[in-house]
Design a protein around this ligand. Structure first.
Ligand code: ASP
Length: 337
């Protein structure tokens, strides 16, 4: 079998940074560092071609337009490579991964996002392992979806979240099994992986600046804070509720506001502040009024996937009532049917 060829897209992140007086910032000669590392690997590693972005970013600066750029770059080069590795900062990697999973629906090649907690140029960096394993995974037959590989775990991109600021186990998918685990060999969970689709169904709309805002409930949150948020005129509000999907109901003001916002065309989605389990509005009396107010539960979708999915659906030009329906459909493994 011929040696596989991987498209390696470098977008930024700690992996390519170096220490400066202002803190970590992108290093100028990252490409040669990378080349030296990969040259020292054995010949079983797939061939790669690097596409380094001219101005690598700290991923905390990423916007939906950056997601769009990466998605379109993969789509434009889709036939040139057997798989893709995307080097990206860890801070918003899960958002980008989720967005890519909606752009690249039905992808029939591995798309592996990775990065590192310690720069590649620093001693004891976790980058060599993450990068080399990501390249191997990008050459695998088993993976046909957008994923994150980090420190031994392969995770579905739209189920992943950053769980640690400093540990090398920076990512997990609390509501979905790992797709594979590294050991002496890679152990794939074939039940958890998406089967190869019959055909790609890429959707690459212009990601505009839809106003999708989070609202995290905290004890004693004043109704006027919610009012102020709704006064911004958002297209969607992600209500980060307690537990199964509860919000305070002692003050009827919350539900009245939400009901009015829904009637005015705002998409209201309820998720949970707890990372594990499924939102089920109405389990408790305290959450019961939400359905009547037009709020839809996000089931077992994670926050990053919810945010990226709403952006994606708005970018497709759907009106609010269609977004509400589509949002509840599983597009790319982000939601358990
Ligand atoms: N701030 C960095 C980024 O997200 C963190 C990292 O890459 O680990 O780009």
């Amino acid at each position: 079998m011929s040696r596989k060829h991987i498209g390696l897209i470098y977008t930024g992140g700690t992996v390519g940074m170096t220490r400066t007086a202002q803190g970590y910032a992108p290093m100028p000669d990252f490409e040669s560092f990378l080349a030296r590392l990969l040259e020292s690997q054995d010949a079983s590693l797939p061939r790669y071609t690097l596409h380094a972005y001219e101005s690598p970013i700290d991923s905390s600066n990423a916007t939906p337009q950056d997601w769009q750029r990466i998605g379109r770059d993969i789509a434009a080069r889709y036939n040139d490579y057997d798989g893709f590795v995307i080097l990206h900062g860890t801070d918003t990697m899960a958002y980008t991964a989720a967005a890519l999973s909606f752009m690249l629906q039905g992808v029939r090649k591995p798309v592996i996002m990775t990065g590192s907690q310690i720069p590649l140029s620093a001693p004891n960096s976790d980058a060599p392992h993450n990068l080399v394993t990501a390249l191997q995974l990008a050459a695998s037959e088993e993976v046909n979806e957008v994923t994150i590989y980090f420190n031994g775990r392969l995770l579905r991109g739209n189920r992943a979240t950053k769980v640690s600021i400093t540990a090398l186990d920076a990512f997990d998918s609390p509501n979905y099994p790992w797709l594979a685990e590294a050991g002496t060999q890679m152990r794939f969970d074939m039940q958890a992986l998406l089967p190869r689709a019959d055909k790609e169904r890429f959707e690459l709309p212009d990601y505009d600046d839809a106003l999708v805002v989070p609202l995290r409930f905290v004890p004693g949150l004043p109704v006027r804070a919610v009012q102020a948020l709704l006064d911004l005129g958002p297209q969607a509000v992600i209500l980060q509720c307690y537990g199964a999907g509860n919000i305070p109901d002692r003050d009827p003001g919350f539900l009245e506001l939400l009901g009015r916002a829904h009637a005015g065309g705002v998409v209201l989605v309820a998720c949970s502040q707890s990372p594990q389990g499924k939102v089920s509005i109405g389990t408790y009396a305290a959450g019961a009024g939400m359905t009547a107010a037009g709020v839809i539960g996000a089931s077992d979708m994670g926050f990053e996937a919810i945010f990226a999915k709403l952006h994606h659906l708005f970018a497709l030009g759907m009106p609010a009532d269609v977004v509400r329906k589509k949002f509840l459909c599983n597009l790319s493994g982000e939601l358990t049917d």
